[in-house]
Structure formats: C-alpha cells, structure tokens
Ligand binder design. Structure first.
Ligand code: SF4
Length: 393
C-alpha cells in the first residue's frame, strides 16, 4: 500500500472525529517550511525569491514543535526551500515522530546520501523525493543536469536502509502522457512506496510563466495518463477521489484550511501556494481568514489551481460523506472516457492582488529592528561631591 494501513486508520478516525464533533474547518496535513533557502533554483518554483536576509532565517526546533501543538494535524509535510539544509532537521523530525505524527520530509535528494545517517526508519516517517518525470524532464524542470540520477541513487539507498519513500511529481504544460506513464512504471520498479502527483501552480514569482497548465489541459493530461495506467499497479499516496478530480470527474471547491502552512513569516493565508498575508497563531489563521475570498471561482489567482493543498482535503471530506463513491473509484480507477464534470464558473471571481513586495518589506523591517543593538541604559553617576551627572551609550 502507498500509505501504511495504521496511518490510513489513524487519519481516517481523525477525520471522522472532526465530522462527529461538528468541527467546520480542520487541518488534515500541516505544511511546515522551516526555511526558504534551497540548493536548486527551479524555473517553476515561486518559493525562493527572497532577499538573503529572509533566506537565512530558520524556524527553531521549538518553533516547529509549537506549530504542531497549535495545529494538531495528524500528518506533517516538511518542505521549503530544501529542508536538508536546516542543521536541526533531524531533531525536528525526531521531535515530531515522538508525538506520533506522520512525517513526509520533502527533498530534492542532493544532500540525502550525506545526511542519511542522521535519520532512522520509522512507520511514522517517509522521504518524499522531488522527481518531475524521467531524466530529461526532471533535469529540465530543476534547471540542472545530473539531479535525476542523484535522486534515483538516493531512492535506492534509502530503500536499502529500510525507509519508506514516495516521489513528488509536478507536471507542467507540454508533458507527454506516454512518457509520464513510462516514468511511473520506472519509479514503481525502483520500489517507491507511492507517487504524489499534481499540476504545477502558476506562482506569480516563478521565473518560467509559460509552462503552467490551465484546468482543461490538466484534466485532459491526467485522463490520458490514467488511461495508460489501467491494469497497472501504480501506487499513489493521494486519495483516489483527488485523482478522480484531476481527471475531470469531480466539481470540487477548494478547502485551503485543510493543509495550513507555517513558515518563517508565520501562518500563511490562505494556503500553501498563495501568500496573501500571515497570522501570528494558528487560531488567528482559522478565525480571521476570509476563506470565501479564495478558491477557484472566487479569486483570479485560484482560477487554474488543481493542487492537492486546496483540493485533496475536499476529496478526503467527500470520502467520509460518500464512502461507496471512493470504494468504486479505488477499485475501478479514475474515469477516463465519460464526459467531464461541470467546471466552476469564473464569472464572479475577484481580481488578483499583488502583495508579495509588501510582505517582504515588512519582514525586512522586522529583521532589521531585531538586529539593532539595544541602547545602553542611562546610568546615574554619583560624584564624590554629590553632584549628579548622567552617562549614556
Ligand atoms: S484554489 Fe485554493 S489551494 Fe489553490 S491557490 Fe487558491 S486558495 Fe490556494
């Protein structure tokens, strides 16, 4: 199984409990980005375009544990930036595993073999290795030759050591379904436990703006891939209903609070992909975010989004409401031939707002305020003749 049975049971009971207790909004996976610094500069990435002072920031071990205490989601995906650049990452992972949280540590794998001795296999821990397709596709995606081969060598090594490992495969416009299907065969043959796949989100800061998929192309691409996968034993770490959504068979609305993101800025509003503001606490994020302002049909920047951070939680919640439906899709695979489900109208979406520069400016001000040396206290000097003068600095 792509997800161990115990993990599926624990996450399933967590979801059912939230429904029974009538909790309207709840987190399913906490996304944690304890740093933005990366050792690659991928053309489709919109996460690393910050000044050096911000890229040098790290969340401490305690801040990561506190984020988990606040959020309480049963699964935590640690991303970035490149998490293996964080010196305290082994301690963060150990601390979260001790709390019996299921950890996915996302990495481009360039440092994995070097750092592997710092980690131990656990049913609560999985490596999640970035691989956007075969050698030609992946090396082009990360803008560096040789990265695919290093990632594959790392996958073999971690499997030898008894770790669980999944791959994280983002697809862009122009992806060839036959090539992707062959790539999925290849990674299954390598022994990966699961595939996580999604279309790339059109980050406004990504250097390459030309290769993001719109919704229609996304749905057609995934239909074509899944058609080629009929009868094969591809294992996905995602809900079958999310895959069915990617193939155009579900009219899902976004659930951005399902995968809340904590970064060096705080809790990001509204989701992992969009940084439209930051809350100081998880409660503030949940209570004060105008959730109805976001999602496809509500906001221009969400128009083409079909990413798991917004829609996988919707699929999981749908599975609780319609267990017979997920059972059918899990058994039969996503539908690839019938007409697609209706698309959400964009007629009333609000226009995009561009606030990135404002957040960067605010963070830079905070950092420079924190750096300024404290003014020395004014000292009263008492002279022998009882005259008083004041010394400062
Ligand atoms: S649709 Fe949802 S997940 Fe996608 S960018 Fe908008 S708020 Fe985020």
């Amino acid at each position: 199984m792509a997800v161990p049975i115990m993990q599926a049971v624990r996450v399933g009971s967590y979801v059912v409990k939230q429904h029974i207790t009538g909790r309207k909004r709840y987190p399913l996976v906490m996304m944690l980005e304890p740093l933005f610094r990366c050792n690659l500069a991928c053309a489709g990435c919109g996460k690393i375009d910050y000044p050096a002072q911000i890229l040098n920031q790290r969340m401490s071990v305690q801040e990561c544990l506190d984020a988990d205490t606040e959020c309480g989601a049963p699964v935590i995906a640690i991303a970035g930036g490149e998490p293996l650049l964080h010196k305290e990452m082994p301690e963060i992972v150990r601390g979260l595993i001790a709390r019996r949280k299921y950890i996915y540590l996302c990495t481009n794998a360039l440092l994995l073999e070097k750092k592997l001795d710092d980690y131990e296999p656990s049913p609560f821990f999985s490596w999640d290795i970035h691989l956007d397709g075969d050698k030609g596709m992946h090396d082009a995606s990360v803008c560096q030759d040789g990265v695919f081969e290093r990632a594959v060598a790392a996958i073999k090594k971690v499997k030898e050591r008894g770790f669980r490992v999944s791959i994280n495969c983002t697809l862009f416009d122009g992806a060839d379904p036959k090539r992707i299907a062959a790539f999925f065969d290849e990674v299954m043959a390598l022994g990966v436990d699961g595939i996580m796949t999604a279309p790339g989100y059109a980050y406004e800061r990504a250097p390459d703006q030309e290769h993001f998929l719109n919704r229609q192309k996304t749905k057609q691409l995934f239909r074509d891939i899944f058609r080629l996968g009929k009868g094969k034993k591809w294992r996905f770490t995602q809900s079958p209903l999310f895959l069915n959504f990617l193939a155009g068979n579900e009219t899902y609305h976004c659930t951005p609070w399902g995968k809340p993101l904590r970064t060096v800025f705080g809790w990001q509003r509204p989701c992992y992909l969009l940084g439209e503001g930051y809350a100081k606490t998880f409660q503030e994020l949940m209570d004060d975010t105008q959730w109805d302002d976001y999602g496809t049909g509500n906001y221009e920047k969400c128009a083409d989004c079909m990413v798991h951070s917004g829609y996988e939680s919707t699929a999981v919640m749908d599975a609780v409401r319609r267990p017979w439906h997920i059972a059918k899709v899990a058994f039969m695979g996503p539908e690839t031939e019938k007409p697609m489900a209706p698309e959400i109208s964009l007629a009333n979406q609000r226009p995009a707002q561009y606030v990135f520069a404002q957040h960067v400016e605010q963070k830079m001000e905070e950092l420079s305020a924190a750096k300024k040396p404290a003014r020395a206290p004014r000292v009263r000097v008492v002279k022998a003749d009882s005259a008083i003068e004041t010394a400062a600095d």
